[in-house]
Design a protein around this ligand. Structure first.
Ligand code: NAD
Length: 260
């Protein structure tokens, strides 16, 4: 149980981040959600987590492009709850283009949101974790932290970068009761993925099943999507005392993708 612990989860208004929020709240942790989206929908999400799990839940609108807002998200949470015990860096965006056409602004945004934001949350949260002698830092990396695909230069670079950040910080805090790990999912069934299907069906004259199996899951030997709940369950385990010796690890949850 994570009663009396507080978790800050970036990019948790949808998809994997929202699953982390619900799974940690189910263990009794207070939750700070963060991310973009419609204000009314976010408030529904926030109040739903609080009432369903009987925990406190607040929302930080910090933009992961802005270092000062990111640092304030952590210090505000420490002031409101007394501590940030669990930090999950999860916010992320994607852009697909060959290197010679890759928009410079997209490169900068992906490096900022998918990598640098984690530097800013971690550097702000670590002093409190060290002082209390307990902490869990989990970075949502990707199979693309371990292997590459063409046309994803910024995403693959950011995810390989977060693998390096994970290992480095793990060494720095190894004797302070703080673990730092990266979860490396393959294709996960999220709204982001779901919304690509109708266009791909039209463009390639395929059925929904063909798009899922032959396009999206071409790299995934199980031919099954990873579910957000499976990813969240791994995060819950990493927060447990049983996982105290797992640190600096890059943990694939990818249906066999990176075994090939
Ligand atoms: P998603 O689009 O459902 O969630 C992304 C979250 O990040 C949203 O809450 C969004 O509001 C937030 N976000 C985006 N830009 C932001 C900004 N500037 N400031 C604050 N928040 C911002 O996508 P998802 O599939 O749940 O992805 C979550 C993480 O998992 C990402 O880091 C992604 O790279 C990683 N991942 C996803 C998959 C997959 O197949 N879905 C696979 C491997 C890794």
């Amino acid at each position: 149980m994570l009663t009396n612990k507080t978790a800050v989860i970036t990019g948790s208004t949808s998809g994997i981040g929202l699953a982390y929020a619900n799974a940690l709240a189910a263990q009794g942790a207070n939750i700070v959600i963060n991310g973009l989206g419609d204000a009314g929908e976010i408030e529904k999400t926030r109040s739903g987590i609080a009432s369903e799990h009987g925990v406190k839940c607040s929302y930080s609108p910090a933009n992961m492009l802005k270092p000062d807002e990111i640092a304030s998200m952590i210090t505000d949470a420490e002031n409101e709850y007394g501590s940030v015990d669990i930090l999950i860096n999860n916010a992320g965006i994607q852009h697909v283009a060959p290197i010679e056409d890759f928009p410079i602004a997209k490169w900068d945004a992906i490096i900022a949101i998918n990598l640098s934001s984690a530097f800013h949350t971690i550097r702000t949260a670590v002093p409190g974790m060290k002082k209390r002698g307990w902490g869990r830092i989990i970075n949502t990396a990707s199979a693309h932290a371990l292997v590459a695909s063409p046309d994803k230069a910024a995403y693959v670079s950011a995810k390989h970068g977060i693998a390096g950040l994970t290992k480095t910080v793990a060494l720095e805090v190894a004797q302070n009761g703080v673990t730092v790990n990266a979860i490396c999912p393959g294709y996960v069934w999220t709204p982001l993925v779901e919304h690509q299907i109708p266009d791909t069906m039209k463009a390639r004259n395929m059925t929904e099943e063909q798009v899922k199996r032959d396009v999206l899951l071409a790299a995934q030997p199980t031919k099954q999507f990873v579910t957000v709940d499976q990813v969240a369950a791994l995060a819950v385990f990493l927060c447990s005392d049983a996982a105290a010796s797992i640190t600096g690890s890059l943990l694939p949850i990818d249906g066999g993708w990176t075994a090939e």
